[in-house]
Design a protein around this ligand. Sequence first.
Ligand SMILES: Cc1ncc(C[n+]2csc(CCOP(=O)(O)OP(=O)(O)O)c2C)c(N)n1
Ligand SMILES: [Mg+2]
Length: 326
Amino acid sequence: MIAATQENIGMLLALYNRMVMIRAFEESAIELFAKGLITGSTHPCIGQEAIPVGACSALEPDDLVLATYRGHGAAIAKGADPRYLMAELLTRTTGCCKGRGGSMHLCDKEKGFLGTNAIVAAHIPIAGGVALSCKLRKTRQVVLCFFGDGASCEGEFFETLNMSALWKVPLVFICENNGYAISVPTSASQATPDIADRARGFGIPAVSIDGNDVLEVRARTSAAVAHARQGYGPFMIECKTVRWERHSAFSAGRYENPEEAQRWKKVDPIPRFAQRLLEMGATVEQLNTEEVVARAAIQQAVEFAMDSPLPEPESVYEGIFAKPGT
Ligand SMILES: Cc1ncc(C[n+]2csc(CCOP(=O)(O)OP(=O)(O)O)c2C)c(N)n1
Ligand SMILES: [Mg+2]
């Protein structure tokens, strides 16, 4: 329980700002995709903002994060500049990966954001390796790995659970259980209702929580991060949430039932947190100010990206291969 002091309200308003910023970023991404300005695909995390914001707010700045292709929000929550992220979505030279990655491959090493990945579950063993490196080098950093319910059916997930538990690496698994893998509901792919049970099977402590409650996500992640930092090994938090109206900005993965497509709105974490903030003593003006500031930052990010050049065709191999010896 967080006391309603002015200092705490300031911190909570900053979380609210981040959630609105992510929402605005995703709304812009959908708009730009519809205009044909984003090539490939883009996977909004609309309705799931409480998870990256709550979880990343429990980290120290030098802790490390890996996420999925639905990871724009995780990148923003870890502190990556939305201008460079938006420029990456539009494959501009100013993008965080110089326009080589696009929407599904965002990275900001300076901010400890080690990347999103288009291959389902492929980043989970990478996160295990990063956590092992932190342990061997005694850096005291903790690694946070976001992944979906669909990814939790992949062998790489189980292998990483096993080895990370065996080697007690400082890794926190954050499952974003949004109930669907494209068009497959978890009821058709999971034998048990809680994905957290799988971690327990490997001796990893795990909890299933309401992923649309940003303060719950923050509190649980803080405890898990402390556990990992103290050398007790991995921890898993299953955040139950509801996916937005389709899998990606493409029409693929739409819910067949139109009512289901709107289900996320009933549990939207942003108005829910706004209500909580008002009850804790924040004012409507304060919330409005955060909203205006967050949306203006994304408007600037879009303008920055649109004004940035596309890479020259002859630069196609630049920044792709490591130079020998580096
Ligand atoms: C190894 C692999 N298999 C299949 C795909 C195609 N694919 C892309 S997203 C996705 C669903 C993943 O669902 P989930 O892990 O629940 O994440 P969500 O999209 O719900 O965030 C699939 C099967 C892929 N990208 N990689
Ligand atoms: Mg899913």
